[in-house]
Design a protein around this ligand. Structure first.
Ligand code: 7RM
Length: 637
């Protein structure tokens, strides 16, 4: 395999960027040609941002797993595809070569087939970070079944919502999972979820922790037993389902400004081409590199840069089951040292947290194998950027600050490691094929440099969101209606004097807590479920490690026996309804909320107070009852 489309100099970047704007179809066709197709496309691109109706590589036929597995067997059958580091450093790590991974994916695809799975079925995957999670994802793709991976930190209620929305017929899970010194009872959570999910007729359960689980007759089967059945059937091969370019590959739920997460839909060909292209270019992948992305496969970063991007490029991808701070805050550096990692891709929140533990945990670890560092998920502050660059990269490794979203499928704005200039806390320049613009409130383009505005993209790229599952109108309204003719990201950005982008954060009611996206409305709905809560308003505030913390203003009906007990109960309710990631950091009880005469909560005021800024609250004259502002200011927690 050669990466003819790998850009290797700044001059080449500039030339290729120009070409990608002048002739986008020619540009993408040149990249797409390097993949394995059953049939090539009739047309590269058909698009309309009003519908939206976007089709890439129409007429083409392929299976993404043949590009991630089969096509590597001739040259690198015995090269590691996945290296897996367990939660407990004392346990054995695992290596799966391309040959072994291919075998296991085919084997498990046959298990799915035996359990009635066909092309187009929706499969919910709720698993710990073990190789079988990647195998399950790829086995679905092998059959053309649509995977919907739900992050292991989500609650039964959240799983049920997602399963119902997609009408999943089968769930793949494990008895439990290990995270640090905790054991997470995954199957129990699934059991609670399935009480409300009649569409699910089968659950496949992997053994991981051997914790006690209930296995329901006729519904639940063990992964290992099902594999044995395949072994006795003899033939482990599983021909790949031939998919149309625009057939759905997967659904991944993400939070927006409404109370209900939406199922972002990605399709086969465009997603494959774009994740591969961005992986090879952003990280400047070289044969032999060990790529360690610390995300969970339950998030888009794991889908694109643990599974599909690296594997389609024939790289070795490192999967880690545990957490950065267990057994101690040196765990990432131990993993880097142990396997001689060359590319490390992690989140600013992890960097800030590890930075806080001090350099003792870095000392004595051999980080000399590192060649490239990356960050993703939220804005990185300069201090964390410099710490990462200096103390982890020892000043020799370029840091790529990669900006993208669940909806974009892959990286849109980032420096290319060692090829285009880096600038601390700046995602810098768009990848060739990506056309960002800034607009003002009215949607007028803001030209020139040293400006700021709302970030939009004016031309489709191959892995742009196609629809939100089951509700196309929602996709249109959310992303394509705010500024007609443009894809709106929901982010604000600055463009510096040299044209480098700096993404400043969301401009809608979406929070980014430790790199996890959570809607304020979702958290409010959960808080309001608690008996005694009359109304609530949630805002973000700057948090040293998480980036943003969750601040909740709550009107409580009954007088408190003990405010702290009520706080605890509200937090427990949110953990139950959404998951631990959405727990409020601060809860302030108030007697009223600052509302306009039309009943809209003025969040601007609440945000300022949560930030500790009580002086310049701006115009409060339109408030129904301006006196509540004084009370809220005085009661700040
Ligand atoms: C990949 C991912 C998307 C939101 C996005 C931004 C924020 C992500 C960066 C960033 C500044 C970055 N998908 N974001 N990367 N902000 N610099 N490099 O995170 O759908 O979960 O979140 O995350 O606000 O809109 S996501």
């Amino acid at each position: 395999m050669s990466y003819s489309y790998q850009i290797r100099s700044l001059e080449q970047y500039q030339a290729v960027y120009q070409q990608s704007v002048q002739d986008p179809e020619g540009f993408w066709e040149g990249i797409a040609k390097t993949f394995q197709w059953h049939k090539k496309w009739d047309k590269v691109l058909d698009w309309d941002f009003t519908g939206p109706d976007i089709k890439w590589f129409q007429g083409a036929k392929l299976n993404i797993t043949e590009n991630c597995l089969d096509r590597h067997l001739a040259e690198r059958a015995n090269q590691p595809a996945i290296i897996w580091e367990p939660n407990d450093p004392e346990d054995h790590y695992r290596v799966l070569t391309y040959k072994e991974l291919h075998f296991k994916v085919c084997q498990f695809a046959n298990v799915l087939k035996n359990n009635g799975v066909k092309k187009g079925d929706r499969i919910c995957i709720y698993m710990p970070m073990v190789p079988e999670l990647a195998i399950a994802v790829l086995a679905c793709a092998r059959l053309g079944a649509i995977h919907s991976v739900v992050f292991g930190g989500f609650s039964a209620q959240s799983i049920a919502d997602r399963i119902q929305d997609a009408q999943c017929s089968l769930v793949i899970t494990a008895d439990g999972g290990y995270r640090g010194n905790k054991e997470i009872p995954l199957k129990n959570v699934i059991d609670d979820a399935l009480v409300r999910c009649p569409s699910v007729t089968r659950v496949i359960v992997l053994t991981r922790t051997r914790m006690a689980v209930s296995m329901i007759k006729g519904r639940d089967v063990w992964w290992e037993d099902e594999i044995k059945k395949i072994e006795t059937q003899g033939n482990p091969d599983c021909p790949a389902e031939v998919m149309d370019a625009e057939d759905t590959l997967f659904i991944l739920y993400t939070s927006g400004s409404t109370g209900k997460p939406k199922g972002v839909v990605h399709t086969c060909a465009g997603y494959m081409v774009f994740t591969n292209y961005t992986f090879v270019n952003t990280f400047q992948y070289q044969r032999g590199d060990l790529h360690f992305c610390t995300a969970d496969i339950g998030w888009i970063t794991g889908h694109s840069y643990i599974v599909y991007g690296p594997l389609s490029a024939g790289a070795t991808t490192v999967m880690f089951e545990g957490i950065p701070t267990w057994p101690d805050a040196g765990r990432f550096w131990d993993v880097v040292d142990k396997f001689k990692i060359s590319i490390l891709y992690t989140a600013p929140t992890a960097i800030r947290s590890l930075m806080g533990f001090g350099l003792d945990y870095v000392k004595g670890k051999d980080l000399g194998s590192l060649r490239i560092l990356g960050t993703v998920g939220e804005p990185i502050n300069e201090e964390a950027w410099h710490w990462y660059h200096e103390h982890i990269g020892k000043g020799r490794c370029p840091v790529v600050d990669t900006w993208w979203q669940t909806e974009t499928g892959g990286i849109l704005i980032s420096n290319l490691a060692g090829v285009t200039p880096q600038k601390p806390a700046h995602a810098t320049l768009p990848l060739p094929g990506v056309q960002p613009i800034l607009v003002d409130e009215k949607g007028e383009e803001i030209h020139g440099n040293s400006v700021s505005g709302n970030l939009c993209i004016r031309f489709p790229w191959p892995s742009i969101i196609r629809t939100t599952y089951g509700d196309h109108e929602r996709c249109r309204v959310n992303y394509f209606a705010t500024y007609p003719g443009l894809y709106f990201t929901g982010d604000g950005a600055l463009r510096d004097q040299d044209g480098n982008y700096r993404i400043t954060g969301r401009v809608d009611d979406v929070l980014n807590v430790s790199g996890h996206r959570i809607g304020t409305a979702e958290i409010e709905n959960a808080i309001n479920m608690h008996t005694g809560v009359v109304e609530s308003a949630v805002v973000g505030y700057p948090h040293d490690i998480k980036g943003q913390g969750i601040y909740a203003y709550v009107i409580f009906s009954s007088s408190h026996v003990d405010e702290n007990l009520s706080r605890r109960d509200i937090i427990q309710t949110v953990a139950r309804i959404i998951g631990p990631i959405a727990k409020p950091d601060k809860i302030q009880f108030v007697s009223g909320l600052p509302k306009t005469r039309s009943g809209k909560i003025m969040r601007r005021i609440l945000r300022k107070i949560a930030e500790g800024e009580t002086q310049n609250l701006g115009d409060t004259s339109t408030l129904l009852d301006p006196s509540v502002v004084e009370e809220i200011k005085n009661g700040k927690v």
